[in-house]
Structures are given as structure tokens and as C-alpha cells.
Ligand binder design. Structure first.
Ligand code: C2O
Ligand code: CU
Ligand code: CU
Length: 458
């Protein structure tokens, strides 16, 4: 399978990926938000939400610097809005209800159209009825190809996420007050591309780009590969420019909700040999989430043949002039009444940013957490006052971690910073994309119970 083939999203490619693939360069098929059923674990699970009839949401393929047209039609009775996570696109296309657009009602269409300046691994999910629709399946991967082919033989997308099912394989409530006030409510069925340990075939001895995305609402996935012939080439969409150590069973890589990692993998040279993406779960031993199986005669490629991925065109912050802004993430002092827009409330508030809980979807009268001047550099000091971990995500901009009070942080460009217990991290960015950008925890129960706000760039 050559890269060129999946840019076209051919049927054969979609089959090989185990996920539908849609090439978006030509034409604009409507993305229809629709109910679905799928056998996640034995019996059919109903009440799912997808963009594909009774199958996982497709991988959306685009190309760096080329326009993508993504008309989203809502066929559910509830409202929705689609967000393109990690993409530095115009604010009006960001998909945040009330902040950047009105929610998309039943049978309405919203025409998203944008050009990504960056290549890499991104993803999409609703930002209205977020808990409901994400927990029931509506999370998909976006692949933005580099303008120049980096030289892989094939690719493998892996969408990691949990579902919360009962003994009859039907949905349990996606959230609980107990979970929302702590680390979140965890699913009990862990899947890759909605499957349990799918096997994918790739040519023996070939070079595979493995794109791993954590689209779960709660779980921090702890992963490694059981192969030494691999390296990390990108993190949260952006090529890594420093050496990043490969994770191991003892020191797995933590991928928070919303985060992505790209591996370059050299397939074993003998037919039938395998490389596993392995995850560790509390109280369990390690488990393969996905298996790559070598097929055919070896094509004898070498990791050294790969050209380094070209850096994305992100501006470098000027730290000599950067103004500092403080953000504190913690419980909410007074609880506060959540106010419901059309985008679903969990019915309580537990969390806050700078001691103010975001009261609801519309959040009328709540101003920006900070106002940044377009083109200037800033340092944001992020302080976690709680014992829980928070993947803190900023829309529309990229940032680089500078330092932590707990660990050494490699300077990897990102849109999501996983804050550890009692951690204080400084990040730096250039405020180069104007608009109101959502800034929130990506544990959706935290996001939906107060740990949200927005940063304004003018
Ligand atoms: Cu991936 Cu505001 O979200
Ligand atoms: Cu986002
Ligand atoms: Cu959180």
C-alpha cells in the first residue's frame, strides 16, 4: 500500500486500514452525524454515534496547505458542532458552540472549510453534547500529509479509546458525579479502531508510519511498542526535533486524552512476525491493543532511509519579551449552578480555572481568561492545585513547554499539556491566530463541570 493510494481514499486502502478512509482533496462528501450500531465486544451495541453507517468515524485525509471542505450534517435529535483538534485554522471554523458558531441543530448543515498550515496527526470530535456524543463513538482521526512524501511504505492509524458497557454490551451512563469530581469515569472496554486487538498486515521489512491517537474521554493511555526497530517521529502532530527516548514496558509513554504520537516502525523481515502496540492498565498486565503483522517477502527497508519530517511553520516565541499569565486549575470554591445551553450539561460543577467554574455551554457574561495581543510572545504558567491529572488543551495555537517543577520536559510543540499532580508547568507561545480560543481540560467530565475557559487573541 503506497501513501499515494490513501490520499485518494480508495476502497482497498480503507479495508487495509480497518477504518473507512476519506480523501478530501476532491469533492466534499457530507459528513453525516448519525446513529450507529457496532459489535464492540461480542453482541451488537446500539445507541452509538458515528459519521459512517454502523462503522467507526472515518479517517479524514487532507494535505498540508490544501483546502479541505467538510460539510457536517446533523441527523441526530440533539445539537452538535464539530471541532478539529490541534488544527491552526481560522477561529470561525473551530467548532466551539456559542464561542465560534451556533450549535448545529437537527437536520442542519454547517460547512467547515479550512487549510491546515501544518502536516501531522490530528483528530476531530464534537464540542456540543460533547460527553454524550464522544462517549458513544464520535471521535475520529485526521491525517494531514506533508507536502513532500517522507518515504514510508504504508501507514497505520490507531484510534485508542474506551467504551462503558454493561453485561449485555449496551451503554452504561458515560459519567458519574463520583468520577467527574475525581479522575473521571473510566470505560471498561478498551478498543483500537473500535476493535479488540485488531491485526493489520504490512509488508515484511517495510517502513510503517504508526499514528496513535488517544480519543478517550478519560483515560491516560500508557503505551510502548514491543520492538526496538522503531522511533518517535512526531508528538501531538508536530515533528520532534530532539531525540525522544522510546518508551518501554517499565517506562511507558503517557498519552493523555487528545494527545497523539507518531512512530516510524520497521516491520520484521520474516512473514508472520509481529510488532505490538502494548498498553498497561491498572491492576492488569500489559495487553496488546493492536498488532502489526509482517507479510510477504522482505522489502528490506531501513529506518535510516527516512528523511526527517519537515518542521511545521510555527513561530518561535521570543522569551526576552514574553509577558507571563497565571492559570490555576482546581476544584471550584462554591460549586455554582451549571447553566445549560443546547449542548448538554452534566448537572453539576466541580472544577475551575482561576477559581471560576465555566457555568455552561453558552457561559453568558464570562469573559476571556486572558487577552493576548496578536503576534506577541507569552509565557503561560499552568498550576495544577488538585491531586488529579489534567490534559490541558488550547485551541488554535501551538505552544512549547519550558519547564516543570517536577520533571524535565522536552521542548516538543503541542496543543495539549498533561499536567501531573501538583505540577506547575510554564509554556510559551506566539499569539499568532486571532480569535477566542477554548482552553480546557480534555478529561471531558472536567471540561463539562467547570474546567473550561477561553483565551482571546486580538
Ligand atoms: Cu479536542 Cu476543545 O477539544
Ligand atoms: Cu481542540
Ligand atoms: Cu482535568
Amino acid at each position: 500500500m503506497k501513501r499515494r493510494e490513501f490520499l485518494l481514499g480508495s476502497g482497498a486502502t480503507a479495508g487495509a486500514l480497518g477504518l473507512g478512509g476519506l480523501g478530501l482533496a476532491e469533492g466534499a462528501p457530507e459528513l453525516v452525524v448519525q446513529p450507529a450500531s457496532f459489535a464492540l465486544r461480542g453482541q451488537m451495541t446500539s445507541g452509538m454515534v458515528s459519521l459512517t453507517p454502523n462503522a467507526p468515524p472515518p479517517v479524514l485525509y487532507g494535505k498540508q496547505g490544501e483546502v479541505m471542505r467538510l460539510p457536517v450534517r446533523n441527523t441526530l435529535p440533539d445539537y452538535t458542532a464539530m471541532h478539529w483538534h490541534g488544527m491552526r485554522i481560522p477561529n470561525g471554523m473551530d467548532g466551539v458552540p456559542y464561542l465560534t458558531q451556533m450549535p448545529i441543530g437537527s437536520e442542519e448543515v454547517f460547512d467547515y472549510e479550512f487549510t491546515s498550515p501544518d502536516a501531522g496527526t490530528y483528530w476531530y470530535h464534537p464540542h456540543c453534547m460533547t460527553m454524550d456524543q464522544m462517549a458513544h463513538g464520535l471521535t475520529g482521526v485526521m491525517v494531514i500529509a506533508e507536502a513532500d512524501d517522507p518515504g514510508f511504505d504504508s501507514e497505520q492509524v490507531v484510534n485508542l479509546r474506551d467504551f462503558r458497557l454493561d453485561d449485555a454490551d449496551q451503554f452504561l451512563p458515560a459519567y458519574t458525579a463520583r468520577g467527574a469530581a475525581r479522575a473521571g469515569t473510566f470505560g471498561n472496554v478498551q478498543t483500537a479502531n473500535w476493535l479488540t486487538e485488531p491485526h493489520y498486515e504490512h509488508a515484511a521489512g517495510s517502513l510503517v508510519r504508526l499514528r496513535v491517537v488517544n480519543t478517550d474521554t478519560t483515560r491516560i493511555y500508557k503505551v510502548h511498542l514491543n520492538s526496538a526497530k522503531a522511533r518517535i517521529i512526531a508528538w501531538d502532530g508536530h515533528p520532534v526535533e530532539v531525540e525522544v527516548p522510546m518508551p518501554s514496558a517499565d517506562e511507558p509513554l503517557l498519552i493523555g486524552p487528545g494527545q497523539r504520537v507518531d512512530f516510524a516502525v520497521k516491520m520484521p523481515t520474516d512473514e508472520g512476525q509481529t510488532v505490538d502496540l502494548v498498553a498497561k492498565f491498572p491492576g492488569q498486565k500489559h495487553r496488546a491493543m493492536t498488532r502489526l503483522r509482517a507479510v510477504g517477502a522482505s522489502v528490506a527497508r531501513d529506518l535510516r532511509e527516512l528523511r526527517p519530517l519537515p518542521a511545521n511553520p510555527a513561530a518561535k516565541p521570543d522569551l526576552t519579551k514574553a509577558e507571563v499569565h497565571e492559570f490555576v486549575f482546581g476544584w471550584t470554591p462554591e460549586g455554582g449552578q451549571p447553566n445549560n445551553g443546547f449542548c448538554g450539561s452534566l448537572g453539576y460543577n466541580f472544577w475551575s480555572i482561576n477559581r471560576t467554574p465555566w457555568p455552561g455551554d453558552a457561559a453568558q457574561g464570562v469573559g476571556p481568561l486572558a487577552t493576548l495581543e496578536q503576534g506577541k510572545s507569552y509565557v503561560l504558567r499552568l498550576r495544577n492545585e488538585s491531586p488529579n491529572l489534567h490534559p490541558i488543551h488550547l485551541h488554535g495555537l501551538v505552544f512549547v513547554p519550558l519547564k516543570s517543577n517536577l520533571r524535565r520536559l522536552p521542548p516538543l510543540l503541542t496543543d495539549t499539556m498533561l499536567l501531573l499532580k501538583d505540577e506547575v508547568v510554564e509554556i510559551a507561545l506566539v499569539a499568532d491566530n486571532p480569535g477566542d480560543w477554548a482552553f480546557h481540560c480534555h478529561v471531558i467530565e472536567h471540561q463539562k463541570t467547570g474546567l473550561t475557559g477561553f483565551i482571546r487573541v486580538v
